[in-house]
Design a protein around this ligand. Structure first.
Ligand SMILES: [Zn+2]
Length: 306
């Protein structure tokens, strides 16, 4: 366990599996992520299923579970005309994570999610600083005293990453900040800014670890090399896919879903574990799974540790 900046983590933290794809796999009618409140719908409709997924990950070997409010943000809820409030849904999501830990009977950490305030991979839709700041301040207030770490997820611009890191590090000792990468380019973040500049920009905050999430497993390995040159601790939770070029590259924001998911080939949990082995050898202290990873992927990572 580490408390101070730069101190080496004494053990590997294992995050949980992807939530959206796991909900779908368990039969939940998951709405499309680009025009709905996506997995946040399950907090309202199927809270027990979320507890079950948390517990499946714990059973598989996760030592950290992340709260399920990734898409419960004020802008997404408002845009999709949901009658629900992000504060209420975030509070419920935290309660579900607490319930899962309690029921598991294990000493599991909870990471409070700091998601992008708007649709993933769309830094062009991020509002002004005070709006983003107040969103994270409110989440910090909800999480205070009840989470073991903050996980800033899928950060898409230096602007967004700096605000999340700033607010999180003012309130919490253990802050993990995870960048997303731009389409198929492992050296850029979605805003088009250089990953190396992004990593440097947040190193002034008291972060425990910088990570990469939600990209193809093979491309993420390249991004990690970049991150490693700046951050004292690095981590990763990739999608269970590798990049396979199918046609011309699609690089506009309007086609971001295509950019992100089109050129992909699914990989098995064993293949994913081969990547995880490489990441741990590179020095990753936090490893888990993003889109389409299942508890079996987590199990294979956990087996690497033993
Ligand atoms: Zn993902």
């Amino acid at each position: 366990m580490i408390e101070k900046k730069g101190e080496i983590l004494s053990d590997l933290y294992i995050l949980d599996c992807g939530l959206g794809s796991e909900l779908k796999r368990k039969g939940f009618d998951l709405p499309d992520w680009t025009n709905s409140i996506w997995s946040a719908q399950a907090i309202i409709d199927e809270p027990d299923l979320i507890v079950e997924i948390h517990k499946d990950s714990i059973e598989a070997g996760s030592t950290v579970i992340t709260t399920s409010n990734y898409y419960a943000t004020p802008l997404i809820l408002k845009d999709k005309q949901s009658k629900f409030d992000y504060k209420e849904l975030s509070e419920i999501a935290l309660t579900l994570a607490e319930r899962a830990v309690k029921q598991s009977g294990k000493d599991i950490m909870i990471a409070g999610c700091f998601p992008p305030i708007n649709v993933s991979f769309r830094p062009d839709l991020t509002p002004n600083k005070s709006e983003v700041e107040s969103f994270y301040e409110t989440l910090a207030e909800i999480y205070k005293g009840r989470v073991d770490a903050i996980l800033c997820e899928t950060m898409a611009s230096i602007f967004e990453g700096e605000i999340a890191a700033d607010v999180a590090s003012q309130h919490f000792k253990k802050v993990w900040l995870s960048w997303n990468t731009r389409g198929l380019n492992p050296s850029l973040i979605p805003s088009g800014e250089e990953l190396i500049q992004a990593a440097k920009s947040v190193s002034k905050f008291n972060l425990d670890c910088q990570l990469i999430n939600c990209a193809h497993a093979d491309l993420i390995t390249e991004s990690l090399e970049i991150l490693k040159s700046v951050a004292s601790n690095i981590g990763v939770y990739a999608n269970s896919s590798i990049h396979t070029s199918r046609e011309k590259q699609l690089e506009s924001y309007e086609n971001i879903s295509e950019v992100h998911y089109h050129h992909q080939t699914e990989i098995s949990s064993d293949e994913y574990a081969e990547f995880a082995k490489k990441w741990i050898a590179m020095g990753c202290k936090i490893v888990g799974g993003c889109c389409t990873t299942t508890p079996d992927h987590i199990k294979k990572i956990a087996e690497l540790r033993s």
